[in-house]
Write a protein that binds this ligand. Structure first.
Ligand code: ZN
Length: 120
């Protein structure tokens, strides 16, 4: 026995049916999209905040920081966008156009992308 994934009504007929009808199918999919969009927004807000924290420091001419002081400013190290290896071999961890190189556990060098990203 199978039940509609949206409203829970017992389904009759074809065994591959997942929903009563188009209404239930759309309702269910919109719910998934809503949740997904809300998650995108939450994550994007964290990424934006991280980016603006790095942006402000760099605009003030600050190029060295510590994980502790970034955390104190509200930086969330769990949410970053990408990492790129620099020509000198150092790995920069980015949040959009701003990032940092981890020199050691206590030392971060802040970086700003000054050129357009060229991804493949
Ligand atoms: Zn239904």
């Amino acid at each position: 026995m199978k039940y509609c994934q949206d409203c829970g009504t017992l389904l009759k007929g074809r065994t591959d049916k997942k929903f009563c009808d188009d209404y239930c199918r759309c309702h269910y999919n919109n719910g998934i999209n809503r949740n997904r969009d809300q998650d995108f927004k939450k994550i994007n807000n964290i990424l934006k905040k991280n980016t603006s924290i790095l942006e402000k420091l760099i605009e003030q001419g600050i190029k060295n920081s510590t994980p502790h002081s970034l955390s104190a400013a509200g930086f969330n190290f769990n949410f970053l966008t990408h990492q790129l290896q620099e020509q000198n071999g150092e790995m920069t961890i980015y949040c959009y156009n701003y990032g940092y190189i981890k020199i050691n556990e206590e030392q971060l060098v802040l970086k700003q992308v000054t050129h357009s990203l060229n991804f493949k």
